[in-house]
Design a protein around this ligand. Structure first.
Ligand code: ADP
Ligand code: MG
Length: 616
């Protein structure tokens, strides 16, 4: 058989390498920004168009490159940063593999202008798909400017795989944050489609974090500092009460490099144990300094996964350091979820003595008269009055952390009362309507048997259809706030709010401008309790950032989903009989009652036959 093994031509090898290094525009941003840092820049500009699909440009005032270096920089394995394998164990730079520029140039149109301090003129180089198209002399400031245009122009499959501009911009912003956060002494500017979205002056770590995440961060940060033989830990953790349901503000840096480490994340979470709820994440910005020889960065091309020599020790140090900080800054004793809250009398209850349960007070009021009278129309649209009963369902939404234990105590006694009431007054009647099973299901009888409704999913479906209708038909009823609420958002959050402003307005939110960090809310949808506005908007933004992918669903649908998930009654919530009835009625007024917006079954009917079988 003839020999069949061939060496791949360089441009093919580069394209293959590009597959690993460049997943999306954000990867290019990371590589270019890191090169600028390695070049000793004091000021870095990032310019993006159309989520990086049309243009990614990074301009730095670093050392620049000579004519020869400029050309060489695009060769594979061309690097000025290491010269022997030994150097790998003593890395002081971000780059060292010498493949980023070669990879990028293999799959895009690259334009570079660069000049060193001791040259009067610079070099202007154009490369398209690994081919040098032109090289000229140019007058340019000291430093380097690299523009990357038409990413993946020669790999249509990869290009089609890219997400919407907003999603790509979000990934880029994440990379930008990671580099900017660890180099507070460097000044950064970030322009997107011609407008400046970040202007970060040279400063210290704490201020940099505040500049990036907004002034509300200022009073949330608790400093962390510890120096041992193995590692120096510095940075900040967020106070436990600001732990969030969504991830996003967790950052580890090792030797000035952003890293991902589930193991060390666990150490931080362990330090917060008992201070935050198990489904929330503490915020942290932690900078670890270790001996460069004790860390292996070269286990993955993107260099965010690293290997520490002694991870176990690091874990222990990190955990105790953070515990110490939490204790030292008096954060720990304030909240204590460890003990059983059911044993406590809630503060606001202490002086009150016995209170007549709410249910009895409301017994004569029947909100269904209203709804029923209107039946025939779509009762999925709650009228103004009929929201009354619902509002009670949202109590405690605003401050779930503090309220959950409170409301469960109150509700427990309420339900007991309810039980005794009914057993005294007519079991029949009670059973004939609805009852709640394990704070999870609403059970009722129908002709064919027993109807069991999953309260959370059913309510999600009801709210989903309601909000979807309002967003598209613009008929949301707004409740004017007597005193406008002031909420603070960071730039990224503001951008999301602007993206979805129209839909939010349609469902009843009224904002007094979205230009500044402090946003005045003057009106909210009927269904959102005033105390919960901040939380609802925060979750909306977080969910939107995480999940919005315009390919598959519309913005309206996405928002309706997020709102329904965040506002629906949950498993564990007690529903009074009015609310149970409304749930049943409104569910079956929905267009698609059988599935939640997340495609889960909302109810089932256990037929009389099925029940009969059990008695055979
Ligand atoms: P690496 O960063 O791993 O060395 P790259 O492909 O990213 O590999 O860059 C190759 C070389 O090009 C670098 O080692 C550096 O010498 C030079 N270079 C790249 N970007 C810049 C820049 N912005 N300023 C100065 N030199 C640069
Ligand atoms: Mg590099």
């Amino acid at each position: 058989m003839a020999d069949i093994i061939k060496l791949l031509p360089d441009h093919v090898a580069n394209q293959i390498a590009a597959g690993e290094v460049v997943q999306r525009p954000a990867s290019v941003v990371k590589e270019l920004m890191e090169n600028a840092i390695d070049a000793g820049a004091t000021s870095i500009k990032l310019i993006i168009k159309d989520g990086g699909k049309t243009l990614i440009q990074v301009v730095d005032d670093g050392v620049g490159m000579s004519e020869t270096d400029a050309r060489l920089s695009f060769e594979r394995h061309a690097t000025s940063k290491i010269s022997s394998a030994q150097d790998l164990f003593n890395l002081e730079t971000k780059g060292f593999r010498g493949e980023a520029l070669a990879s990028i140039a293999a799959i895009a149109h690259v334009d570079m202008q660069t000049r060193t301090a001791d040259n009067e003129v610079g070099t202007h180089l154009k490369i398209e798909g690994s081919k040098i198209v032109s090289q000229e002399v140019v007058a340019t400031p000291r430093g380097t400017s690299i523009s990357v245009k038409n990413l993946f122009f020669n790999i249509p499959a990869r290009r089609n795989f890219l997400k919407s501009n907003q999603v790509e911009l979000r990934h880029i912003t994440d990379e930008f944050h990671r580099v900017a956060m660890v180099h507070p002494n460097v000044e950064f500017h970030f322009y997107n489609n011609g407008s400046e979205i970040f202007n970060l002056p040279s400063t210290k770590h704490r201020q940099r974090i505040v500049h990036i995440f907004g002034s509300k961060m200022e009073h949330r940060l608790v400093p962390v500092n510890e120096e041992t033989e193995v590692v120096k830990v510095s940075g900040f953790i967020c106070k436990p009460e600001f732990a969030k349901k969504s991830r996003g503000e967790q950052f580890f840096f090792a030797n000035d490099r952003y890293i991902k480490s589930p193991y060390l994340h666990h150490a931080v979470v362990a330090a917060f144990e008992g201070l935050i709820k198990s489904d929330t994440y503490p915020g942290y910005f932690l900078f670890l300094d270790v001996d460069p020889s004790s860390i292996d960065i070269n286990i993955h091309p993107t260099k965010t996964e690293v290997k520490f020599d002694d991870e176990n020790t690091l874990y222990a140090i990190l955990r105790s350091t953070i515990k110490h900080s939490l204790g030292q800054f008096n954060v720990a004793p304030v909240l204590d979820f460890d003990h059983d809250p059911n044993l406590d009398t809630p503060y606001s209850y202490k002086e009150k003595g016995a209170v007549i349960p709410k249910v009895t007070v409301d017994a004569t009021f029947n909100p269904f008269e209203e709804t029923r009278a209107k039946k025939g129309g779509s009762s999925a649209n709650f009228s103004k009055q009929s929201t009354k009963g619902w509002e009670d369902l949202y109590e405690g939404l605003g401050n779930q952390n503090d309220h959950q234990e409170f409301s469960s105590v109150v509700i427990e006694s309420e339900s007991e009362e309810q039980g005794t009431l009914y057993s005294g007054e007519g079991v029949e009647e009670h059973l004939a309507s609805t009852f709640q099973l394990r704070r999870k299901y609403v059970v009722s009888t129908v002709k064919s048997g027993m109807l069991v409704i999953h309260q959370n999913r059913a309510h999600e479906r009801i709210l989903f259809e309601k909000f979807l209708g309002e967003i598209t038909v613009k008929e949301g009823v707004s409740q004017q706030l007597l005193f406008p609420l002031e909420l603070t958002f960071n730039k990224q959050e503001l951008n999301v709010l602007k993206e979805i402003e129209e839909s939010l307005t349609n469902i009843g939110f009224i904002f007094d401008g979205l230009e500044h960090e402090t946003v005045k809310v003057t009106g909210v949808p009927m269904l959102v309790p005033e105390s919960g506005i901040g939380t609802v908007l925060d979750r909306l933004i977080a969910d939107y950032m995480e999940g919005y992918n315009d390919g598959s669903i519309s913005q309206a649908e996405m928002l309706a989903k997020v709102l329904s998930r965040n506002l629906a009654v949950r498993t564990g919530d007690i529903l009074d009989t009015e609310s149970q009835l409304m749930l049943v009625n409104n569910l079956f007024a929905c267009k698609e009652p059988s599935l939640s917006p997340f495609q889960k079954i909302t109810y089932t009917i256990i037929s009389e036959g099925d029940i009969d079988k059990k008695f055979n």
